[in-house]
Design a protein. Structure first.
Length: 139
């Protein structure tokens, strides 16, 4: 187990998981209390399938392509593999707010851009970050 000055990796993973479950439980409580969703949430429903396809490209294809590029550049043969890990990790981060800004600026499909932004961040927080914490703890 790797211990750091701020606590063990296991305690950080447990805290992150608890925060995610608390957010989900909070959403269910608000729904049961009759708190209505914002108007923009209803406009995103038709775009989930397209956004999920975009997220699959973002979280599967991009890191694989970056892994191939870093291997071709010879980063795997280096003494320290951290630069290669950082490149692959950054290629799997969610879409930036810039995509929503460009959709608004050029009159593109704003609802699709918003749905993709929200979905990729939700996937990153729910799957990618806990997986990285687990990977870090195992290393």
């Amino acid at each position: 187990m790797i211990a750091t000055q701020h606590g063990s990796a296991d305690s950080r993973f447990i805290l992150l998981t608890a925060c995610i479950f608390a957010a989900i439980a909070g959403g269910h409580v608000l729904r049961r209390l009759g708190v209505v969703k914002p108007a923009w949430a209803g406009r995103m429903a038709p775009y989930w399938k397209k956004a999920l396809g975009s997220a699959a490209i973002k979280f599967l294809v991009n890191p694989l392509m970056m892994l191939v590029v870093t291997l071709a550049m010879g980063m795997a043969g280096a003494m320290d593999l951290r630069p290669m890990y950082v490149c692959v990790l950054l290629s799997a981060m969610p879409t930036a707010l810039y995509s929503v800004l460009m959709a608004n600026l050029f009159g593109l499909n704003r609802d699709l851009a918003n749905t993709t932004f929200i979905l990729t961040h939700a996937i990153c927080f729910a799957v990618a970050i806990p997986a990285l914490c687990f990977w870090y703890a195992a290393a």
